[in-house]
Design a protein around this ligand. Sequence first.
Ligand SMILES: O=c1[nH]cnc2c1ncn2[C@@H]1O[C@H](CO)[C@@H](O)[C@H]1O
Length: 504
Amino acid sequence: MARTAALLIENHGKCSLSACDTDESLRSLLQVNEGHQKETSRMSLKDEVQDKYRLVAVIVFILGLGTLLPWNFFITAIPYFQSRLTTEKALDRISELDYSNTSLANNTSDKALHSGDDFQFNNWMTLLAQLPLLLCTFLNSFLYQCVPEKVRIAGSMVAILFLFTITAVLVKVEMSPQTFFDVTMSTIWFINAFCAILQGSLFGLLTLLPQTYSSLFLSGQGMAGTFAALAMLLSMSSGADHRTTALGYFVTPCIGTFISIMCYLMLPRLDFAKFHFSKSGSNSAKNYELDTKAELLQQEVNLEAAEQKQAMHKVKEAEVLTGEGAQKVSMCAVLRKIWIMAVTIVLTFGVTLSVFPAITAAVQSGTTDENWGRFFNPVCCFLIFNVMDWAGRSLTSYTLWPGPDCKFLPLIVAVRFIFVPAFMLCNISGKSYLPIVFGNDAWFVIFMIFFSFTNGYFVSLSMCLAPKKVLPHECEATGAIMTFFLALGLSVGAGLSFLFKALL
Ligand SMILES: O=c1[nH]cnc2c1ncn2[C@@H]1O[C@H](CO)[C@@H](O)[C@H]1O
């Protein structure tokens, strides 16, 4: 009984309800219960298995971190990839030249080096990292029925470890730039495809744990970028040569992924995880409602009699309004309720990925200090982005301004589009059309702080507010829909990055 009560409270905690007319009654019902939730939680916790030493929490955080290691380790290493492609491309060009004309040779070599991105590496990398996410979000929704969760999760992590090992080994292998580009792009595609399956499967698994564990997972994801930026800074400051630095850097995610695999394998051995995973993961709408109603009648908590009556009255009212509890979840109905959040997340990630990292990674320091010049990119672009992105995500634990009923959220988020021209007018060499207006490093740092903080805040805000717009039994569908729009936003942004790069 306590277990069912805990489930009820947990689900109520997870999803408050929308202002939709038909949902109003259930919403009031939950409000009636709200006052009793803390008390009930305390009671149920006594009976429930505890997360000893917060081990499950730590593991969930590490798993979150593990899922975004591939994306972050690849984008933070853009200068390494470019240096391999650009320099060798430049050398190729020089070797094709008639060396009797030295000035032509110099000019062309200069142009090749300064065009910086003949392969448009940043753009292709962003697109090939995000497209598999979109495709695999679909694929995973079929795959989850025929491939067991353990195989999907452990298998993806082993594949990611293998692909990271290849990337690390390639650091020491000489090959033509075109081959290096092709191999790297294939690695990026496959590593992100596995990462998408991993992410989707872990999100599914997390629905069986209390909601705080989903926040921890997201927090871990936010930390992955900082981890990559710090690994880059540490390997750069080791003073080793270029290639050894890159090797040290790529060995880090191999270790990180290995630790993730160990953590995942440990999870089913922990009582707290065992307890929650043994609960039925597929709580259908009907079951949920039956549970809810049964609990209202039977739960062994101190609901005052009058309020209990009121609660039951509301349930009956809701039954009449919603056409009884056995209703199916309609994706269209859910989408109608959460479209504002869906548009918000597409706009947020669309703007972010259209310039980050494709354009922001190309910005150089305006100073002549060589040392600062080397560290400018990892610090001002990647470290600041990831720390502030994480800070923005964390702020949603304290405030959810402007709230679930705000109709103007997409408009507020659209204002972020201003960052696109702002970054395009920063100090990027080899521009064809645009001048450098914000040449000072301080401008770039200021833009980056606001850009990343608002990215983290609005992404997390839309993900947190969406479940508040729907009925409890629609939460799972809401999660799936929002994950799809998250991936769509990332892919749209990655596509737009080609356009903005061409306009530079
Ligand atoms: O696969 C993903 N899932 C969720 N968020 C992602 C993924 N890939 C990138 N980002 C998000 O994109 C922004 C720029 O790096 C960051 O906010 C990062 O968390």
